[in-house]
Each structure stands twice: as C-alpha cells, then as structure tokens.
Design a protein around this ligand. Structure first.
Ligand code: SF4
Ligand code: SF4
Length: 327
C-alpha cells in the first residue's frame, strides 16, 4: 500500500444553486437550492490549506457567479494565503456584453492574477457541451470568451461534453467560435462518458459508454479536499461524491489536517487508491452475482463499493483472506 492520500487542491462546491438545469447534472443543481457556504465558514479552511502547502483552489456551484460578493471575498482570501484560483462556471454571464464586463470588473477589482506561466495563473473553466447548449447558446459563450480575453489577454478553458455519435458538436463549437482571436480559448476537456448520478440517471444506456468491471484501475483522482455546501468533505470531485461511504469528514467538525490523517488510516481510501477497482468489485460480484457487470466510469463502481454493507464485507475479506494487502 504505497499510495497515500496527499491532496494538492482545495475544491469548494459552495452551493448547488444554479440558473440552468442541465439534464445530465449529477448534483441535481437548480434554482431552489439555497444552502451556501459563507465567507466566515470558508476563511479558516482556506488559511489552513495555504499552511498545508495547497496552492490551488477550485471554486464552483451550482453557478458560482450567482454569488459575486463571495467570489470577490474568496479570490482575496485565496491570494492572501498563496492559492491560485480556478472558477468553474456555465458562462451565463456572456448573455450580454454588459453582464460579461461586470464579471470582468468583479475579477479585476478582486485582484484576478494573470502570469505568463499558466500554472501560476488564476483561470476560468466554462462547461459548454451538448447538455449545456440546451440552455446557453454559443453566442453567450462567445461573448464570455471575448470579454475575458480582451480584459486579461489569457484563454478561457472549455469543458465540452457530448454523447456518443455527437462528435460533430465539437467541430460546430469551433466553427461558431472561429471569429474569436487566436488562443482566446482552449478546449481542455472533452468528455464522452457520463455518470449515472443525479439527473444523469434517466439518460438511456445508449447515450453512455460502458465497459466491463474488470477493466477498471485504482481510482486515479483521489487528490483533493472537496467541500460540499453542507460542509461534508470528500477526497475527490468524482461523481459518487454524495455517497456517505466516501465522506472523510466535515469542515464544521474538524480541521483539514486531522481529516487528511484520518483518511490515510481509512480502509476504503487505501483500497480505492491502491487496488484495481475491477479486482475489488470482482470480490463483491462473486458473492452477489446480480450486481451489474458494465459501467461507464470508475465512479459508478465506487458507488457500489462504498455502500456501508459492501464496505464491511470487503474489509472482512481483505483482513481474513487477503491480509497484508491493505494495511
Ligand atoms: S451548469 Fe453545472 S451545476 Fe448548473 S445545472 Fe448545469 S451541470 Fe449542473
Ligand atoms: S472512483 Fe470514487 S474515489 Fe475515485 S473519483 Fe470517482 S467517486 Fe471519487
């Protein structure tokens, strides 16, 4: 068991309030969710993260720019504690030049940091794929990119999701953006697999990619402290991150360094980090043949593996018949 939980990113899901309702949203975000983490609650966490050597904070909602005062405060607190900031947004503020300019003013006045080296910059990621396009037009995204690039001379990053057979949407997006200045945006993520959580559940299997459980490696994404709007902390931004079996603590009940230490002693975290998930799941599948065989992503297997009853079974199995593998 060599791989340890050593987070290098602080990730805040400050609220699940959103102004659109994508039909693949694993968070079930909508306009009614009012729970929001406050500046007072988050400041001590960001200060501690800075002391622990974490240098990047990713902040999202729901839709984060619905909370301009919090955006302003979080940029300042993060910079004061040597963290660079990334915001993930749906880019709705590109609906008019005026709205986009007011977001640019907000960022600039808060000290939005740009540097030649993109690794030490603040940055913005807009989700703009197939399901987002059902709510927000390409001209909205274009206005957002244009405003950002002319103000900060840096690209915006684009996260583009599409379902099987819809690759043409990427080309269409590029075509729609063709009059923008060169390097004003970078498509940094193209996702074709969706996770059956939240509003994604009803999407038909034909829209998903599926593979046999045996093909899944150890989870490669346990690398951050992710704080949800209810204060719960998870070790990843995966799509099973509302499963209490994966929860490693609560920001209202303990400090970050104690939570990291406890996570490193947790059987389930050691298992997910070090053992191929297909192998772990195979133990359960042998005992429960009715469990599913095909999955679209690690997080779907993880959701089953982390169920309290299966966790106990797995722990017993590893301790009695596979002792020494997870110490
Ligand atoms: S923009 Fe993001 S948070 Fe809002 S509904 Fe869509 S996927 Fe969910
Ligand atoms: S597989 Fe589990 S631990 Fe890994 S990213 Fe997905 S939810 Fe998180």
């Amino acid at each position: 068991m060599n791989i340890k939980f050593s987070p290098n990113i602080l990730h805040l899901i400050v609220s699940t309030k959103c102004n659109i309702k994508c039909r693949h949203c694993h968070q079930n975000a909508n306009g009614e969710n009012e729970l929001i983490l406050t500046e007072e609650e988050l400041s001590p966490v960001i200060i501690e993260a800075g002391k622990l050597g974490i240098r990047r904070i990713v902040i999202m909602g729901g839709e984060i720019f619905l909370f301009p005062e919090l955006v302003n405060a979080l940029i300042k607190i993060s910079h004061d504690n040597s963290l660079n900031v990334s915001f993930a947004t749906n880019g709705y503020w590109g609906k008019s030049s005026e709205a986009a300019e007011s977001v640019m003013d907000l960022l600039e006045n808060a000290g939005w940091y740009q540097h030649e080296n993109s690794f030490c910059c603040d940055d913005i990621l807009i989700s703009a794929g197939e399901f987002h396009q059902e709510w927000l037009s390409s001209s909205t995204i274009k206005t957002a990119i244009s405003a950002y690039h002319s103000r900060f001379k840096k690209p915006i990053y684009i996260d583009f999701e599409y379902t099987e057979g819809k690759r043409n949407l990427v080309e269409q997006f590029i075509e729609n953006m063709s009059s923008l200045p060169e390097k004003s945006y970078i498509i940094s993520q193209i996702r074709t697999n969706f996770y059956k959580f939240g509003r994604t559940i009803p999407l038909s299997d034909t829209e998903m990619h599926s593979k046999h459980y045996i093909d899944f490696s150890p989870c490669p994404w346990i690398d951050r402290i992710v704080i949800h709007s209810n204060g719960e902390i998870y070790p990843c931004c995966g799509y099973n991150d509302n499963n209490p079996g994966l929860c490693i603590g609560n920001m209202h009940l303990g400090n970050i360094s104690d939570i990291i230490s406890a996570a490193n002693k947790s059987f389930i975290i050691k298992l997910l980090l070090n053992i191929p998930m297909g192998l772990t799941y195979g133990i359960l599948k042998k005992r429960h043949p009715d469990l599913p065989t095909f999955f679209s992503n690690h997080c779907e297997l993880c959701e089953i593996i982390c169920k309290p009853e299966y966790r106990i079974e797995l722990e017993n199995e590893f301790r009695s018949n596979l002792s020494g593998i997870v110490e």
